[in-house]
Design a protein around this ligand. Structure first.
Ligand code: NDP
Length: 332
């Protein structure tokens, strides 16, 4: 059987371009005992994939040139040589950007499609939902009445962070890149205030106005100048879960900014970076809580679903242009 895959054809300089990716055709071998043949249904695109396009040491290995990219995928079992899976089962795993692929039974985990739509397992009930939950609850530790600011607020992680912070009784301020997004955060997702960083000339002033008592928790998804402005407004004993730095992922030079340590020091602020894998042992607790909030209607979900396997690179690049609201997913 032949199938198609999307490979990394070149390492990008700055913002990736479509020529950095290439479609390739490959033959799949026969299934061996314990293996399953899968057909991709939903593919996750995530900002961290940009880092994997560089040849640099990090917490996850770089993508290889002429090899398929890979990430979170929801797939259907087409053929099974495992007694744990049957054809028609829907599974999640870390799989290649390939239309069909073979996995061992250890690499795939069944998902319950009666409980939630399959794509939710890549978003609110998956990696990004868990990132929001653990980053906010275990590092941010919000208390009722406190002010929580989240950047990248209309994205997959941010939109969940804001809603969980509201469930904790906080005053919640989101920062996002369009009027459409800031309006949606307030009307549909319960944010108290939302700031469009692309049209706000003085972010420092806008954050001060939205957070009159200062910022007790800053959930940082973006870094750069947005975070510089939030940190200027940070409250005493604030917590900063350092989740992402998307504003810097395409930098070609070492980004420079104001020295923030004096503020952190004099206001006794805790800033802690984290990778969601740090919380792996607690995932069942997080999934259960997120699923319960979704079921009770307390946590709303939204996704941007791009159609067509061949559009995976376009969807990935779209993350850096703010083309998504909620989780960005590609339906094959
Ligand atoms: P998103 O769904 O938020 O997509 C990215 C969003 O970032 C875009 O929609 C865009 O929205 C915004 N953005 C893009 N470029 C810039 C920029 N230069 N400055 C400010 N905002 C920008 O992605 P996720 O929710 O999946 O991820 C959010 C962050 O969390 C990322 O930095 C990611 O790397 C990180 N992350 C970290 C994890 C961890 O384990 N630590 C796990 C998962 C994600 P807009 O229109 O508002 O500009």
């Amino acid at each position: 059987m032949t199938t198609q895959q999307i490979v990394l054809s070149a390492r990008p300089k700055g913002l990736p371009v479509s020529d950095d990716f290439r479609m390739a055709q490959i033959d799949l071998p026969e299934l061996k005992p314990g293996e399953i043949l899968l057909k991709g249904m939903y593919y996750s695109v995530d900002p961290y994939m940009r880092g994997r396009m560089n040849d640099a040491k990090s917490y996850v290995a770089p993508f290889e040139i002429d090899q398929p990219l890979n990430g979170g995928v929801i797939a259907e079992v087409v053929e099974s040589k495992s007694d744990q899976f049957k054809s028609g089962d829907v599974v999640i795993g870390h799989f290649p950007w390939q239309k069909e692929f073979i996995a061992t039974e250890k690499e795939a985990k069944k998902v319950d499609t009666d409980l939630a739509s399959p794509s939710h397992y890549l978003g609110v009930l998956g990696m990004t939902g868990l990132t929001a939950y653990f980053g906010l609850m275990h590092i941010g530790k919000p208390k009722a009445g406190e002010t929580v600011v989240v950047s990248g607020a209309a994205g997959a992680v941010g939109i969940v962070v804001g809603q969980i912070a509201k469930l904790q009784g906080c005053h919640v301020v989101g920062i996002a890149g369009s009027d459409e997004k800031t309006k949606l955060l307030k009307t549909d997702f319960g944010f108290d205030e939302a700031i469009n960083y692309k049209t706000t000339a003085d972010m420092n002033k806008a954050i001060a106005a939205a957070c009159p008592k200062g910022v007790d928790v800053y959930f940082d998804n973006v870094g750069g100048e947005i975070s510089d402005a939030v940190i200027k407004n940070i409250a005493f004993h604030a917590r900063i879960p350092l989740c992402g730095q998307i504003a810097l992922y395409n930098s070609t030079e070492v980004p420079m900014g104001p020295r923030l340590q004096p503020i952190l020091l004099t206001r006794s602020v805790l800033m802690q970076g984290f990778i969601i894998g740090n919380f792996q042992e607690k995932f069942p607790e997080g999934i259960q809580q997120l699923a319960q909030w979704v079921k009770e209607g307390k946590l709303k979900t939204t996704e941007t679903i791009e159609q067509g396997f061949e559009n995976l690179p376009k969807a990935l690049l779209g993350l850096f242009k703010g083309e998504n609201t909620g989780k960005m997913i590609v339906e094959a």
